[in-house]
Design a protein around this ligand. Structure first.
Ligand code: PA5
Ligand code: NI
Length: 184
């Protein structure tokens, strides 16, 4: 019997996802300024906000195949508002997703189709099931890198337009060291 090495390696607590077929992308502030309520001119356009690592094996158009991912968010505050991902609904609302905390601390902000928001606290070891119909956004509320793993269907897709048309109704700030959530 042939014993093969795994295609990728994920050093959960101290590293990232590594392997030839891992796709990485970096979100810089220039492309994220519009996520925030007030721009912060003190922060340069090339400030790294978050990095996404993604691996999918096989035909990504085949229903049932899975992606394995990692998001690494920097401890950046934009006029006091916590660093957050763009956030999205899935294009295929039948496709759920798992998120799991791997480093730092933050929130998983969730929103249903009636624009009702709630959040789950994400920390090392926490596991979060996101129903396919629920919008999701990660928020770094800490002072270190916030690392969150993910597993989802390759056919789920990311619907960002729906979030631009119907933004999350809660914003998260750090004020004098305290996390404050504000309804909009
Ligand atoms: O698929 C996911 O839910 C994640 O991998 C996200 O894409 C990642 O956290 C980045 O968030 P967004 O795509 O909303 O910018
Ligand atoms: Ni998703």
């Amino acid at each position: 019997m042939e014993i093969k090495n795994a295609n990728i390696c994920h050093d959960y607590l101290n590293g990232v996802i590594e392997g030839q077929e891992v796709i990485t992308s970096t979100k810089i502030l220039k492309d994220a300024r519009h996520f925030y309520e007030c721009d912060d001119k003190k922060l340069s356009d090339d400030t790294v906000m978050y990095e996404v690592y993604m691996y999918s094996q096989g035909n990504s158009k085949q229903r049932g195949n899975l992606n394995w991912g990692l998001t690494v968010m920097k401890p950046v505050y934009v006029n006091g508002e916590c660093n957050m991902t763009r956030g999205h609904f899935h294009e295929d609302l039948d496709c759920a997703e798992f998120y799991f905390g791997l480093g730092g601390e933050g929130l998983l902000l969730l929103m249903d189709d009636a624009n009702h928001c709630w959040a789950e606290k994400v920390e090392v070891g926490s596991v979060h099931h996101i129903d396919g119909t629920i919008a999701h956004r990660l928020i770094n509320t800490g002072n270190e890198e916030f690392k969150v793993g993910a597993c989802w269907n390759t056919t789920a897709g990311h619907d960002y337009e729906r979030i631009e048309d119907h933004p999350f109704t809660v914003r998260v700030y750090k004020k004098e060291g305290t996390i404050v959530t504000e309804e909009r």
